[in-house]
Design a protein around this ligand. Structure first.
Ligand code: C5P
Length: 223
């Protein structure tokens, strides 16, 4: 049977903690990748640490959001780390997405839609006059137009994204216990896979507390 795929969000500035997360999330039942976000990527020693990882699926969650030239240059600047996946905000605009895709080479370029920590009210506050679902649909169309390799969205919007984007779908905002933290548009792992997510992104529900127990709870939840 095909294994469920999970990116573990390695969110810490402490290399020892990152090593612990990697060691304790090894699993024969799941296909695990490692996602490094802004906290670790901006920490001392992270570059050196990532460059030494061998035989792991690695995801640089840079969430680039800038003008086309800067996005493309930044992607070239991290090329030596050989990430399997990196992210760019779709809100950077079509030209930036195209410029980024032009230089991303073997690294899969993921377009990030509306953050899972935002809801309709938050979008209104920013100045959007459409709800989350409508914005995500438009973003997915742009991702398709720019020929991006994958999309990050909430598992609640997979059916919308799938209408216009046929490649990989990666979903953060996953919760299988009662701690929601700062996330708003959440779903359980089971629901997310059922909706058609290719990869889940899970951080705190696994990395906080007893990592091995948390992983076991996740596997129990899925079986
Ligand atoms: O701890 P938690 O499971 O909430 O971690 C989710 C991870 O996914 C974090 O590293 C966060 O930066 C990232 N992410 C997200 N929502 C997005 C894109 C990325 O939560 N839309």
């Amino acid at each position: 049977m095909k294994k469920n795929k999970i990116f573990i969000a390695c969110d810490s500035k402490n290399i020892k903690k990152i090593e612990e997360i990697i060691k304790k999330t090894r699993s024969s039942q799941l296909k695990i990748g490692y996602k490094f976000g802004l906290e670790f990527l901006n920490s001392k020693g992270s570059r050196n640490f990532i460059s030494k990882l061998k035989n792991k699926i690695i995801f640089g969650d840079y969430k680039f959001s800038d003008i086309p030239n800067t996005c493309a240059s930044a992607i070239k600047a991290v090329k030596d780390l050989n990430f399997n996946y990196i992210t760019i905000h779709i809100n950077s605009g079509l030209e930036a997405l195209k410029a980024a895709k032009k230089v991303s080479g073997k690294t899969k370029l993921i377009g990030v839609t509306v953050l899972t920590s935002l809801d309709d009210k938050s979008l209104k506050e920013i100045g959007f006059n459409k709800d989350v679902k409508k914005v995500v649909l438009r973003q997915a169309r742009l991702a398709n137009k720019a020929k991006l390799d994958a999309i990050v969205c909430s598992a609640q919007e997979i059916n919308i994204v799938k209408k216009v984007f046929k490649k990989e779908i990666i979903t953060p905002g996953i919760r299988f216990n009662s701690k929601i933290n700062d996330q708003k548009r959440i779903l359980t792992p089971k629901q997310a896979y059922k909706n058609g997510s290719d990869w889940l992104v899970i951080g705190r529900p696994i990395t906080k507390g007893n990592i091995k127990n948390n992983l076991k709870n996740l596997i129990d939840h899925l079986s």
